[in-house]
Design a protein around this ligand. Structure first.
Ligand SMILES: Cc1ncc(COP(=O)(O)O)c(C=O)c1O
Length: 396
């Protein structure tokens, strides 16, 4: 065992936990003994320096309005990106957002007008679609190509869509949720070339950037293509990396004063953001300054969970295909060989197997017949999950 115990049983029930509580309401058809492996947060206890920082803030006994405009905060964030990715982020470019999803809504409004087209690559994280539609913009779907069990981008189609002058923005998911791709330098450069030729702005949602499998390297788009950085906004956050989603603090990298002004005005106008909370500020400083070794061990543990599933499927479920997981802690499994409808697949998982996943169709029709499984939990649960799948599918 390493320094950290990711096998430890942590009972999250009755803690107002979205993933584990209220399941009878969220999934009325789910079995009482269901294992929830859906929403993207982790069941692991977080790193001790973060816990200590939260205690430290609690002990201040005052939780008033708080600011992240301090050297300690900016040094922690920029230091992380310099050390881990070789990326120099200018501190004035870091805008505060409570979350990446609220930031997407604000960015969509300042970068496009009503009825403009916004390019996304389905199957993809469903709030991309929701925020586009809710803001009266058009979804322009540049579907990923699924070939021989693997995903790649369709660059010809992207070029076609980028050429249409009413399509002004692309939202890139990098690493990609749910298909698990960590895009290569070549792929990312092609995306930027196409967007540059056609004057398309890019939002790079890199929230999963620290979660890479088998020591892969995530490449930050702005760092790779600094010549286009005025037209790239990057969404960053420690929330997935260190399991701090409930803390609600993300960093949005905006590189021009004009766009920062537009951001601040839209945030003010829409009331979309408030102030960062004092617990989050200290938690993030602790995470970025003191928890690098925890993250490295976490990634190793998730690698092993993924390897376990891959071997299990090869040995027991030959009709199921697993997309190679290069990043995130989300496994994307293809059950299409069973020829079931999406509704029937969901029913089997919930009612027969007692497993709560995110259904593939949530990410677009390309996800039909797929399940997204959150494997950021102790191995014992991953094993139980796979055995339950085997039990209900081996006779089918
Ligand atoms: C690609 C992507 N973006 C954003 C989010 C959520 O971000 P936030 O909780 O900061 O709104 C998620 C969560 O799963 C995600 O996968």
């Amino acid at each position: 065992m390493g320094k950290y115990d990711f096998d430890k049983v942590v009972d999250r029930r009755n803690t107002n936990c979205t993933k584990w509580d209220n399941l009878d309401k969220t999934f009325p058809k789910a079995r009482k003994d269901s294992i929830p492996m859906w929403i993207a947060d982790m069941d692991f206890e977080i790193a001790k320096p973060i816990i200590d920082s939260v205690h430290m803030v609690a002990d201040r006994k005052i939780y008033g309005y708080s600011t992240r405009e301090t050297d300690r905060y900016f040094d922690a964030v920029t230091g992380w990106y310099k050390r881990r990715f070789g990326w120099d982020i200018e501190r004035e470019s870091l805008m505060f957002s409570s979350g990446v999803v609220p930031a997407l809504a604000v960015l969509i409004r300042i970068l496009t007008d009503e009825n403009d087209g916004i390019i996304i690559q389905r199957p993809v994280y469903h709030p991309f679609t929701n925020k586009i539609v809710q803001n009266n913009r058009r979804v322009v779907n540049n579907s990923l190509i699924y070939k021989d069990g693997k995903y790649e981008m369709n660059f010809d189609d992207l070029e076609e869509k980028a050429k249409d002058p009413s399509n002004k923005l692309m939202i890139l998911c990098s690493p990609h949720n749910p298909v698990g791709r960590v895009w290569t330098e070549e792929e990312l450069k092609k995306v930027v070339d196409i967007c540059k030729r056609n004057n398309v702005f890019i939002i790079a949602d890199e929230i999963h950037n620290d979660l890479v499998r088998n020591k892969r390297k995530h490449i930050n788009l702005q760092n790779l293509c600094p010549e286009y950085k005025e037209k790239i906004v990057t969404c960053l956050a420690p929330s997935k990396t260190f399991n701090l989603a409930g803390m609600q603090l993300s960093n949005i990298v905006i590189n021009t004063p004009e766009l920062r002004k537009a951001w601040l005005e839209e945030v003010e106008r829409s009331g979309a953001q408030h102030n960062p909370n004092p617990f989050a500020i200290e938690a993030i400083i602790a995470a970025y300054n003191e928890c690098e070794d925890w993250l490295d061990e976490l990634n190793n543990y998730i690698d092993e969970n993924a390897a376990y599933i891959k071997t299990f499927i090869e040995n027991n479920l030959p009709k199921v295909k697993m997309a190679p997981i290069e990043g995130t802690y989300l496994v994307w499994l293809d059950f299409n060989e069973y020829g079931l409808s999406s509704e029937e697949l969901e029913r089997i998982m919930l009612e027969e197997a007692g497993l709560i996943f995110d259904e593939g169709t949530m990410f677009g029709e390309e996800g039909s017949g797929f399940e997204r499984i959150n494997i950021a939990c102790r191995r014992e649960l991953v094993e139980e999950c796979m055995n339950r799948i085997k039990k209900v599918f081996e006779e089918r």
